[in-house]
Design a protein around this ligand. Structure first.
Ligand code: MG
Length: 278
């Protein structure tokens, strides 16, 4: 009797150990699931996610591409389009000029930065839609008129993220720095002193249209000097002075425009990552 019981007991113990191992590794998955899926990462039998062709923990879902991050905060990752690295203007053209193609003279670059009064209003030659933008800017140290530090970044040439001196001077809330101009003030005022370098890190989602019908509005998220000031804010339309916002352009891509508004605002270190929706 004991000669039969010993091997059976050994086998039983091994099965129990295998089941415990599967439960430990795969949670509530059954031992058969464990065996069926243990030749790769992920599963085939799990539920489909809503509005998606992928399943929960789907083994076929592609891995995101690898991107080497910048060496330090604010430096561009490997897949960024460098719009201004302190050396040339090859990515830009004049925005107001009838001769947009006229080159911007790189001799005006000082200490890796440029002054928007010297370039005049400029725009990227390339058009962008959904994107991540990093940009550094500085207002003049001293007031230079009624528009001290007034400039701005127009996404798709239409939707302005305001730049203006906001540390020592006061502007209506939806016209201060970090505002979606004329629509939404920043959540907080994260301004540095005039003359100091400041950063905007922006995620912009472009609007979608079917002809002239708006399918989905634009959205903007902004970190100002690392502080969240716009949190997936809906854009009501083109930003205009004293004018109700509405969608007047029906494009989902456009140039990035830097506004010249009569103040010597400086810019440096500008890069952008075009974003794709899955
Ligand atoms: Mg402005």
């Amino acid at each position: 009797m004991s000669g039969f019981a010993a091997p059976w007991s050994c086998c039983f113990n091994r099965i129990v150990a295998a089941v415990i191992l599967c439960l430990f590794v795969f949670g509530t998955s059954s031992p058969s699931e464990c065996r069926a899926e243990d030749d790769g990462i992920g599963y085939r039998h799990t539920p489909l996610l809503p509005n998606s062709k992928w399943r929960v923990n789907d083994r076929s879902r592609p891995q995101p591409p690898k991107v080497a991050p910048g060496k330090s905060p604010g430096t561009p990752p490997a897949d960024a389009v460098i719009l201004f690295d302190g050396k040339d203007f090859s990515q830009w053209e004049h925005a107001k000029s009838t001769d947009n193609a006229k080159d911007i003279d790189p001799k005006i670059i000082e200490d890796g930065a440029f002054n928007i009064l010297k370039t005049d209003q400029i725009q990227t030659k390339r058009h962008f839609g959904d994107c991540q933008l990093h940009i550094e800017w500085a207002t003049p140290e001293k007031a230079d008129g009624n528009n001290w530090g007034n400039s701005g970044i127009f996404f798709l040439g239409n939707y302005e993220l305001q730049i203006i001196e906001s540390h020592d001077s006061k502007m209506y809330a939806d016209g201060m720095a970090g505002a979606l101009y004329g629509q939404t003030p920043p959540l907080v005022n994260a301004a540095r002193k005039p003359g100091r370098w400041q950063t905007f890190d922006v995620v912009f989602t472009a609007p979608r249209f079917d002809g002239e019908k708006l399918l989905s509005p634009a959205y903007i998220t902004v970190l100002w000097n690392g502080v969240l000031v716009q949190n997936h804010t809906e854009v009501m339309g083109s930003t205009r002075w004293e004018t109700f916002p509405s969608y007047r352009s029906f494009e989902s891509t456009g140039p990035l425009v830097l506004q010249q508004h009569g103040s010597a605002v400086r810019y440096r270190n500008i890069w952008i990552r075009p974003l794709k929706r899955e």
